[in-house]
Design a protein around this ligand. Structure first.
Ligand code: AMP
Length: 216
């Protein structure tokens, strides 16, 4: 089963796709995480992407499509994958369809996490992750049970994303509105788009997603 998570930055795509990965044994592919790893390695791709990411802009389609293509060709993706943060433009959605068709694969489900824009900036600026195990938290909606201690691994070290600053979030939301939101009709037309209310609790959002999955 191949799944796409769509939704604005801060909608909960990362959190929910990690849950789906564990529950259904699929591979989560976050293009944002892949790019951050390239930036950390100082690779050519990372160097090209860094300033765009820091300013909240999307990286060019050619670069991200090539990166995604080589990732989904890896053997672990044969059992099914969850795309988190891809596609983000109509060009990417079309390129994805072409590469999957060539491989006799398809997208089975598109989950759209719908969240009102006015609550996204607060959500994003409150989020942080454990520096050791990557567990995700939010100051308001999902703090660690004991302040300053990771629930999952007990670490005391946490980190925030450089592009989660308020100024950058405004730019990321603009890019979403202009380039990503227009791809929703592309998937709606095919009957594969499922709209999920992303403004409920994390557990309630997961329950809605599981109901969609149960119907597959
Ligand atoms: P994310 O972690 O998904 O929020 O992505 C962080 C940043 O990486 C975005 O603001 C973009 O600069 C870049 N990025 C991630 N995925 C894509 C994509 N599919 N297309 C273009 N840029 C992307």
């Amino acid at each position: 089963m191949n799944i796409i998570f769509l939704g604005p930055p801060g909608a909960g795509k990362g959190t929910q796709s990690k849950r789906l990965e564990e529950r259904y044994g699929l591979v989560q592919i976050s293009t944002g995480d892949m790019l951050r790893a390239e930036v950390a390695r100082g690779s050519d791709v990372g160097n090209q992407a860094k300033s765009l990411m820091d300013s909240g802009r999307l990286v060019p389609d050619e670069l991200i499509i090539a990166m995604l293509k080589s990732r989904i060709e890896q053997p672990d993706c044969a059992k099914g994958f969850i795309l988190d943060g891809f596609p983000r433009t109509t060009g990417q959605a079309e390129a994805l369809d072409t590469m999957l068709t060539a491989d006799k694969k398809k997208i089975d489900v598109v989950l759209f996490l719908d969240v009102d824009e006015d609550i996204l900036a607060d959500r994003i600026s409150g989020r942080f992750t454990c520096a050791k195990c990557g567990a995700t938290y939010n100051e308001v909606s999902n703090p660690p049970k004991q302040e300053g201690v990771c629930d999952a691994c007990g670490s005391h070290e946490f980190k925030r994303r450089a592009d989660d600053k308020r100024e950058t979030v405004v730019e990321r939301l603009k890019e979403y509105r202009k380039l990503t939101a227009p791809i929703l009709p592309f998937y709606e037309k095919t009957g594969r788009l499922h709209k999920i209310n992303g403004m409920l609790s994390t557990a309630e959002v997961t329950a809605q997603i599981e109901a969609v999955m149960a119907g597959q």
